[in-house]
Design a protein around this ligand. Structure first.
Ligand code: F6R
Length: 261
């Protein structure tokens, strides 16, 4: 933590450390993004061929920009990393700009110079998407599970598209999006009516087995769900609450998310 303070020049505060979850509150989004990049850099320095599952969504974008910047300065080596897609809309082609694969490609794969051969898709645009889920699971298991997982917190407590209710052993699967996720994703689609109703998601079982997890949470609108996720009961109604029993979880929240103002 001291290292983060020095690098970012922003105040950070370790609020509570349970056995599994280390919550760190940072002054603002910029500080959160730098701290997230530090976490990531440390993880891949320890394991240069790490298997990584990175979320899309707004929150990790600053972190990815920071990583891209460090990569362009030659500070981090990404050549051996293996990247797994976290989730996908059902039926959307991978080259569709709205696809989550396309998004991950633009903000993470390309800027970090990851080789295509080191990227594992969760394919939502194939004839048999259930089979695609099984193929994906097999690939994660063949890699020995995830070393690093970078997640955002859904407004309804989802992780990936593990919508509530999702038990901790929920597998990689096709899910129906909840009305809350449809509303929250409407901004990317030009209105709720355009948001796909179904998606594929990496399962809770694989996410909770990751060796290290980073959950990034920003903004006052995440205040209540953040507290429910890390302090509330572990329940399928808040899938992120199961991170309380995962190993080596770091939660980076900005003051706005932690204090609600
Ligand atoms: C994105 C994803 C979602 C988001 C979550 C938070 O791949 O799987 O779970 O991480 O909805 O999104 P933001 O960061 O936009 O608030």
């Amino acid at each position: 933590m001291r290292k983060w303070r020095r690098r970012t020049g922003h105040i950070c505060q370790s609020v509570c450390c349970s056995e599994n979850v280390n919550l760190i509150v940072l002054g603002d989004y910029k500080a959160l993004s730098c701290a997230g990049a530090d976490w990531f850099e440390e993880g891949i320095r320890e394991k240069p061929d790490a298997a990584i599952v990175p979320a899309t969504g707004d929150t990790p974008m600053g972190l990815y920009r920071e990583l891209a910047e460090r990569h362009s300065r030659g500070l981090i080596d990404t050549s051996q990393l293996c990247i797994f897609q976290l989730d996908a809309y059902l039926g959307l082609a991978q080259d569709d700009r709205r696809s989550l694969f396309g998004w991950m490609h633009r903000v993470f794969i390309e800027p970090l110079g990851i080789a295509e051969s080191n990227v594992v898709r969760l394919a939502g645009d194939v004839l048999d998407p259930w089979e695609a889920c099984r193929v994906y699971e097999a690939a994660v298991r063949a890699a020995g599970g995830f070393d690093l997982s970078v997640l955002g917190l859904g407004p309804n407590g989802h992780l990936g598209f593990n919508e509530p209710p999702s038990p901790p052993d929920a597998p990689t699967r096709i899910v129906d999006l909840t009305p809350e996720s449809i509303v929250s994703n409407a901004r990317y689609w030009g209105g709720e009516e355009h948001v796909p109703r179904h998606a594929l998601t990496c399962g809770m079982d694989l996410l909770l087995a990751a060796r290290r997890t980073l959950l990034v949470v920003s903004g006052t609108h995440k205040h209540e769900i953040l507290h429910r996720a890390i302090e509330g009961p572990q329940t399928p109604a808040v899938p992120a609450s199961y991170l309380q029993s995962a190993s080596h979880v770091t939660v980076l929240a900005d003051q706005a998310a932690w204090q609600g103002r």
